[in-house]
Structure formats: structure tokens, C-alpha cells
Write a protein that binds this ligand. Sequence first.
Ligand code: HMG
Ligand code: MG
Length: 298
Amino acid sequence: AFPKQVRLAEMSPRDGLQNEAGPVIATEIKTGLIERLADCGLTHIESASFVSPKWIPQMGDAADVMAGIKRRSGVRYSALTPNLKGFENALAADVDEVAVFGAASESFSQKNINCSIAESLERFLPVMEAAQKHNIPVRGYVSTVLGCPYEGDIAPEQVARVAKDLADMGCHEISLGDTIGVGTPFQAKRMLEAVTKHVPVERLAAHFHDTYGQALANLYAVLEEGVAVIDASVAGLGGCPYASGASGNVATEDVLYMLSGLDIRTGVDLKKLVATGVWISNQLNRPNGSKVGQALKS
Ligand code: HMG
Ligand code: MG
């Protein structure tokens, strides 16, 4: 059954900006984006990434971003932490939630985090332990759940295995990433069915990129199965460095428009969200990747 309420996890400051080509985006633009998103009513904003700046230069100012935002109570400001070093930096920056990220594909794991799936899970253990000690919730991502740029199709059981491992090690929520946006609805449903054999749907989030224009259809398919957390990025910001032509997360405006038509509550203000999408697209001098944003911009 469809959920009555959905939490939108806003990805734009992290997934949206991490691959932006050109010079490093000013910290003030990042903090301005995050503050506007909180003002829209979003309660979960992935704000930064404590990864190696050699790998992801756009996230090199993560500590400054976290220090620069005026925080709004009730909002969870989260960040990626691939290892203990990342966790310690995130802790010092006072993030509310951290996230470890693995993949369902060996090749993608190697390219993205320079280790095998098994090694990545081992590397997450000390992060889990430290997070538990400091009472910080940990989210777990699984990438390439509906296809890999190197390996093609990914077996749903392989996704389920990695999701279960992350859940078993203590991740309170598992976000299932169609990293390169290639999936279609039945496939999304089959993948979800395999995962929910091991992890209850209440602990799952859908993280779909929109490269092939399938993200909303795929979301509809998993909403019908009860998924109630959706990752999205205002103006559809983002891309993937390991897949040519890959586009960003599904646009938050488009998801919100669909959800409100389905009578599913989010607590997010569409008008303000559209204005935020217009604002950030102008700041980055980039076309607005949200259809709803295009239609409603005044
Ligand atoms: P490595 O080179 O194997 O790591 O990278 P290392 O431990 O050998 O360290 C190499 C250097 O990086 C050292 O510095 C470390 O100190 C430094 P050096 O001695 O050479 O000067 N270093 C760090 N610096 C800052 N913060 C850290 C950190 N760790 C090491 N946390 C590593 C391994 C994981 C660090 C690297 O591969 C990395 O940072 N990868 C990040 C990849 C990434 O951020 N990808 C994008 C996010 S994932 C994503 O977008 C998918 C998602 O959206 C879901 C989906 O769509 O599917 C989540
Ligand atoms: Mg992503």
C-alpha cells in the first residue's frame, strides 16, 4: 500500500554538487542552498561529504560548510563518511547523521572507494563503532542496485546481500541507489522484493537518478510497496563521474508534485522549493533539471 507520508531526503548539496565541473563552488553558495532547503520544510539535508578532497574536490570545504550554516531545529544535517578519518572530521563538524556507502557491484566499489565490497564493509565497522559511541545515527547506501556502468545487470540477491550486511552492522536506514539511472519499474519492484526479504521496508529509502527518465516511474513502483523515504535533488542537480551522460537524482520538485497528487504528505512547500531550484540553477549557470521547476517558475 502507498504510504500516507513520505520523508524527502534532500541530496543536492552533496550528490548534486559533488561532480559539478569547473572551479570549486563557493562555500557561501553551498550554505545558502542548505539554508533555503531547510526553509522549504525539508527535514533531512545531506549537506557535505567528508571524503578525500583528491577524489572529490567539490566537497573539500565540508567542515566550512557545516560551520557556516545557520541550523534550523528539527532538521537533520547529514554527511558522507567513507572511513574513520571521515567520521572523525564529521564529528568535529557536528553533523547530525553520517552515511557509509558501498555498492552491489565489485567494479563500481573499486572505482568509487578503491576497495572490494568485502573490504568496504570491514572499513565501515570502526565507523559504526565510533558512531554508536557518540550516538550518531548511520545511514548506509548501496550503489548500482539497478545496473552498473561496468558490469551491466546486477542480481537483486546481490543488492539484498549488501543491504542486509549494512543493516546488520547497525545502519538504521538503507538507501538503495540506482546510481546511473538505468532501471525500470518492474525491475525496481523485483529488486525491492529481494531486499525486503532481509530488511523491512520501513528501513529503506529509494535513491534514484534520472538518466533515462525513469526515476518517477520507478519511485511510483516502490511507493506502492510501501517505501516512505525518497532521496531527491532540487533542480535535478548532479551527475556521476563514472558514467558518461549520467544525470542527477530525480528532481525534488517533480517528486513533490507527484506525491501531492497522490495525497501523500511531505511537509515541504512546493513554491519555495521551485524558487530554490531556480536560485541554485542561476548560481551555477546551469539549466534547471526539474520539469515542474520549469513549469512553475514565474
Ligand atoms: P584511498 O586512496 O584508497 O584511501 O581512498 P587511503 O586511506 O589510502 O588515503 C589516501 C589519501 O586520502 C590519504 O592522503 C588520506 O589521508 C586521504 P595522503 O596521505 O595521500 O595525503 N583520506 C582522506 N582525506 C579526507 N577525508 C577522508 C579521507 N580518507 C582518506 N575521509 C577513499 C579511499 C574512500 C578515501 C577514497 O576513495 C574516497 O574518498 N572516495 C570518495 C568517493 C566519493 O565520494 N564518491 C561519491 C559519493 S558516493 C555516491 O555518489 C553514490 C550515492 O549517491 C548513492 C548512489 O547514487 O548510488 C551515495
Ligand atoms: Mg547518488
